[in-house]
Design a protein around this ligand. Structure first.
Ligand code: NDP
Length: 245
């Protein structure tokens, strides 16, 4: 998986939605999926960033992507259901869903956790994933071998001081993935989780402002695992929670 080799046809004919596609790991995943032949749906909250990714994909000769400007903090059932209808109408099906968007919040001692920021992190990192996945199930089920991938973290498997709601949201993500994987076992829907591990992005630099980022893995280095879970080579693999590093 870490050495999975892929080429310009590995994801040919597939439509894959990536959340948080404007920056960090999501941006790299979207560009990489497109370079493997996938039509990518770029979902995120900052349109300028999504447009830049769109331009880069088109300039590289990839299939023309779609842009979905959506803030997962305030998005409603109506937004998500509308998205499902649009995907079915434009692409006929959804082959892959990468839940990548997430927020860190403020790292702080337990007694300083603010109720509003707790709710906001849960909304973006957990509830939005539930709502989006539920709404997109009709489009996903129309695909021959749909793959749903969630993004976890080391602190989503072992709690750590000061990581408060972020850590709890990643435990919930692991839980949601396990519930879904168990429920869809034996069907054509597969559900897996990737923990990217320490990666050179804005989020990482917020969590560890003093570290030497040049020593960290880049998002590009994680891509074999990300492409593997979207590719037909992972058909039949479900309910796994893996490290990309
Ligand atoms: P970044 O902060 O670099 O990128 C996160 C992306 O999610 C951005 O494009 C951001 O949009 C988007 N996003 C955030 N909030 C919302 C929202 N409300 N609605 C829509 N989009 C939103 O993070 P990373 O690339 O580092 O992280 C990607 C995933 O990997 C996250 O789930 C993170 O928890 C996980 N992870 C990362 C690790 C690391 O070391 N980097 C380690 C372990 C896990 P915008 O650019 O507009 O802000």
């Amino acid at each position: 998986m870490h050495n999975y080799s892929f080429n310009k046809d590995t994801l040919a004919g597939k439509t894959i939605l990536v959340t948080g596609a404007g920056d960090g790991i999501g941006r790299t995943a979207a560009k990489t999926f497109a370079s493997c032949g996938a039509t990518v749906i770029l979902l995120g909250r900052t349109v300028k960033k999504l447009e830049a990714v769109y331009d880069e994909i088109v300039a590289a000769g990839g299939p023309e992507p779609a842009i979905v400007p959506l803030d997962l903090k305030g998005a409603t059932k109506t937004h998500y259901q509308g998205l499902n209808a649009t995907i079915v109408e434009q692409f006929g099906k959804l082959d892959g869903l990468l839940h990548n968007a997430g927020v860190l919040g403020v790292l702080s001692p337990f007694e300083h956790i603010d109720h509003d920021s707790w709710n906001e992190i849960m909304q973006i990192n957990v509830t939005a994933q539930f709502m989006l996945t539920k709404a997109l199930m009709p489009a996903l089920k129309r695909a021959a071998q749909p793959s749903i991938v969630f993004t976890s973290s080391g602190v989503g498997r072992q709690g750590r001081a000061f990581w408060g709601p972020y850590a709890v949201s990643k435990f919930a993500t692991e839980g949601l993935a396990q519930v879904m994987a168990d429920e869809y076992e034996g069907t054509h829907v597969r559900v897996n989780v990737i923990n990217p591990g320490a990666t050179r992005t804005t989020m990482r630099s917020k969590a560890y402002p003093a570290e030497d980022a040049s020593k960290l893995k880049t998002a590009e280095q994680l891509m074999p695992t990300y492409v593997y879970f979207m590719a037909d080579d992972s058909i039949g693999i479900t309910n796994q929670s893996v490290n990309a590093q």
